[in-house]
Write a protein that binds this ligand. Sequence first.
Ligand code: S3P
Length: 178
Amino acid sequence: MSDAAGAMSHLVLVGLMGAGKSTVGRICAGRLGRPFVDTDDLVVTMAGMPFTEFFAEYGEPAFRQLERTAVADVCASPTPLVVACGGGTVVEPENRRRLRAAGVVVWLRAPVGVLAARVGDGQDRPLLAGDPVGALTRLEAAREAAYEATAHVRIDTGDDDVDDTVDAVLRAYEVEHT
Ligand code: S3P
C-alpha cells in the first residue's frame, strides 16, 4: 500500500459489495465539488440494458470486458473524479495498474457480516445469488491481496456512521494526493 498517488488524482474507492463505495463516494464527490462516477453505471450504459439482464444473458466474462473499458475511461478522464469501482474490478491486473496510477485508491473494508447485512438478499448482485454470506466470504478470501495491491490506503469501516467514513476517506485523500 501507500507510495505516491498518480498525477490525475482521482479519488477511487474499491472494496467488496456492500462496503459503501457508492454511498460514501457520492458524498465525497459533493464535498470535493467534483463529479461522481460508478463503474457499474458506465457498464449499464454501455450494455444498453439492466445490469442483471446483461449478466444473465452474456455472462461474467462479457461483463468484465465492459468493466475494463469503464475503468480505462474513468482513469483517462482529465477531470478529477470520485470513482466507485465495482467490487471485482481489482481482480484484473490491468485495472489494478490503471486505477493505482490514476489517483488515490482507498479500500473500504468491512467484516462479512456487515457487508451481508447491507446487501440483503443480494438479488441485484448476480455473484451473491442464493448465499450472500458464503459468496462474500469466498470473495473476501480470493480478493484481499488484490485490494491490498491496488489501494494506497485501507479504511476499516465496520458499522461506522457513513459521515465518519466520509471524513476518514477525505482525510486520507488529502494526505495521499499531494
Ligand atoms: C461485483 C460487484 C458489483 C458489480 C457486479 C460484480 C463483484 O458492484 O460490479 O455485481 O464482482 O464484486 P458493487 O461492488 O458496486 O456492488
